[in-house]
Design a binder for this molecule. Structure first.
Ligand code: FAD
Ligand code: NAP
Length: 319
């Protein structure tokens, strides 16, 4: 790689979600020479939601894009070098650590991994054929295309319930398909869903149901084949859009050669010591959803980004 493409800094933060941006604000305030690499989704997962009502202090009409733009501007206020690049591989064997992006090669003394997680898919071959042709992972981004149409959402967590409520204001019929008979989502959202069902009368819940296949003419999806675990029957339902909201997989694979990973989550808090965000390699820290299998909230991602920056500062002061 050409020498001109090399970038050097004390700290590299990989990711521009709440964890990455918060880490950058804290690193800047500690005068650490920092590069933040935004990755494929500047702003992270929250840009997919149109209403956040659990970000303390912001109780009125807070959209994901709004919150993440404000965090971006907050980081820009400091002398952080924000680079739009995607990291494709790392080498944490020697120091300085080496990080290979699509555009640049980075060298640094410390790293904060804040790569979050990506939408999980159903693992049926047709979802790749119809992705963008009826299949979507973001109701807020694509819901508009399904005005007055029949759509389905798969999942039983907060995302699936929120997307069902959102789409019921746009689409004619919304099927909510869940593999069990109990939702995992927060109680307040479940109550809201049932209120919406009473009011809009266009939501159909299919519990104990699995999506087996997506059918269409290769250019457009037309229907899905579902299986009911209750009556053990398969059925075709005609829909124009299928929204997959079945959770997320941490973006950890590029680190797995060097960093300890468990169930795809980056392992931190070694030996229960005082450096809570450190991985198995001193100088490599992780924050946010990539290392959190329990809470996975914007506020906890931000909080751990703060912790990682404080941990990184201590580490850098000691070397
Ligand atoms: P993410 O937000 O996932 O950000 C990861 C970042 O890493 C991205 O910027 C991405 O570009 C970058 N990245 C990934 N791979 C690479 C790479 N190879 N190279 C460089 N960069 C990379 N939480 C709440 O508290 N309230 C809500 O209302 C709420 N609503 C939600 C609605 C939806 C639809 C979804 C999907 C989630 C919602 N969440 C909500 C959860 C919240 O979005 C996450 O907990 C939070 O975004 C995690 O932040 P993060 O910074 O760890 O990771
Ligand atoms: P999630 O909580 O992990 O829920 C995923 C859902 O999909 C579960 O109901 C799960 O079923 C189902 N599922 C998983 N794999 C499946 C498969 N292969 N086929 C069919 N169904 C499958 O994911 P999420 O709803 O995206 O939420 C992720 C995190 O973001 C959570 O921590 C959540 O609290 C947070 N979030 C918060 C808000 C908010 O605060 N307003 C909004 C959205 C998301 P089971 O229930 O059977 O496991």
């Amino acid at each position: 790689m050409n020498q001109l493409n090399n970038k050097y800094s004390q700290l590299i933060i990989i990711g521009s979600g709440p964890a990455g941006y918060t880490a950058a604000i804290y690193a800047a305030r500690s005068n650490i020479d920092t590069i933040l690499v935004t990755g494929p989704e500047r702003g992270g997962q929250l840009i997919k939601t149109n209403e956040i009502e659990n970000w303390p202090g912001d109780y009125d009409n807070l959209s994901g894009i709004n919150l993440m733009n404000r965090m971006f501007n907050h980081v820009k206020k400091f002398s952080i070098n924000i680079i739009d690049d995607i990291i494709i591989s790392v080498n944490f064997e020697n120091r300085p650590f080496k990080i290979n992006g699509e555009k640049y090669q980075y060298f640094c003394q410390a790293v904060i991994i804040a790569t979050g997680s990506s939408t999980r898919l159903l693992n049926i071959p047709a979802e790749n054929i119809y992705m963008g042709k009826g299949v979507s992972t973001c109701a807020v981004c694509d819901g508009f295309f399904y005005k007055d149409k029949h759509v389905a959402i798969v999942g039983g967590g907060n995302t699936a319930i929120e997307e069902t409520i959102y789409l019921s204001n746009i689409s004619r019929i919304v099927y909510l398909i869940h593999r069990r008979n109990k939702f995992r989502a927060d109680k307040i959202l479940i109550s809201r869903l049932y209120e919406k069902i009473k009011k809009n009368k266009n939501i159909v819940i299919l519990f104990n149901t699995i999506v087996l296949d997506i059918l269409g003419n290769n250019d457009e999806m037309k229907s899905i084949k579902i299986y009911s675990k209750e009556n053990e029957k398969t059925k075709i339902i005609n829909i124009s859009g299928l929204f997959i909201a079945i959770g997320h997989t941490p973006n950890s694979i590029i680190f797995s050669k060097f960093i300890d990973i468990k169930n795809n989550y980056v392992k931190i808090n070694y030996d229960n010591n005082s450096i809570k965000t450190q991985t198995n390699i001193p100088g490599i820290f992780a924050a946010g959803d990539v290392s959190d299998h329990i809470y996975r909230q914007a506020i906890t991602a931000s909080a751990s980004g703060c912790m990682a920056a404080i941990d990184a500062e201590k580490y850098l002061n000691n070397i």
